[in-house]
Design a binder for this molecule. Sequence first.
Ligand SMILES: Nc1ncnc2c1ncn2[C@@H]1O[C@H](COP(=O)(O)OP(=O)(O)O)[C@@H](O)[C@H]1O
Ligand SMILES: [Mg+2]
Length: 216
Amino acid sequence: MIQLFHVYKAFGSRNPALIDVSLTVRKGEFAFITGPSGAGKTTLLKIISRAEKTSSGQALVNGRNLNRINERELAFLRRRIGVVFQDFKLLPRRNVFENVALALEIAGFPLSVVRKKVHQTLRYLGLANKEDCYPPQLSGGEQQRVAVARAIINNPLILLADEPTGNLDPDLTMEIMALLREIHIRGTTVVVATHSQELLRDTRRRIVTLNKGRII
Ligand SMILES: Nc1ncnc2c1ncn2[C@@H]1O[C@H](COP(=O)(O)OP(=O)(O)O)[C@@H](O)[C@H]1O
Ligand SMILES: [Mg+2]
C-alpha cells in the first residue's frame, strides 16, 4: 500500500529531514511512526500524502509512483488518503456538517448523497447532534472526532494521523485511539505519527522509530 525506497528529503541547505528511509506498510496494516520532535515524522507523512515531494528516492502509494503521477491521478489518490492533524485544522466559520461535507462536494457528489454520507458518518462518530455547531463551540475531543469524520468520509484506503492526540487529555486520547483502531478494523490502512511513548506503551502494533531523519 505504501512503499518508500531510499527516500531523502531536504529543505534548503539544512540537515535533511529524512535520510535513506525505506519502509513498506502493507494494506490493512496499523503502524506507528515515532521518534523525538524534529525526527522527521511529519515530513514522512507529508511524503506519503504527496504534500511534499522526495528530494531523491521513490515513494509509491497503491502502486503509483508519487514522483511520476499526473495531476488527475494525484487528485484521485489524495481522495483515497485521509489525514488527521494535531490541531484539527477545521474551518472555524463552517459548521460541523459543512466541514465534513466539503471533501465530498469537491469530489462532485450530488447533495443528496453528500447529506446521507455526512449524516451516516457523524452518527457513527457520535456527533449526530453537533451538525450545526461551529468548531469553536466544540470540545477538543469533539473537534478531533469531526476531523476524523472528515478524513474518513471518502472511505480512504489510508488514514494518516499526525500527533492526533497531541492536544487531548488522557481520556480523550484513549477515545481517539480506540476510534482509529476501529477504523483500522473496518479495513483502512492506518499510520499514526506520535512522539508520545505513553501511546505506544501497551500496543502490539508495528512501531517504526525515526531519529534525525533515519529509521533506527
Ligand atoms: N517546510 C519545512 N521547511 C524547512 N524545514 C522543515 C520543514 N518541514 C520540516 N522541516 C525540518 O525537518 C526536520 C523534521 O521535521 P518534522 O518532520 O516536522 O519532524 P517531527 O514531525 O518528527 O517533529 C526538522 O528539522 C524541521 O525543522
Ligand atoms: Mg511532527
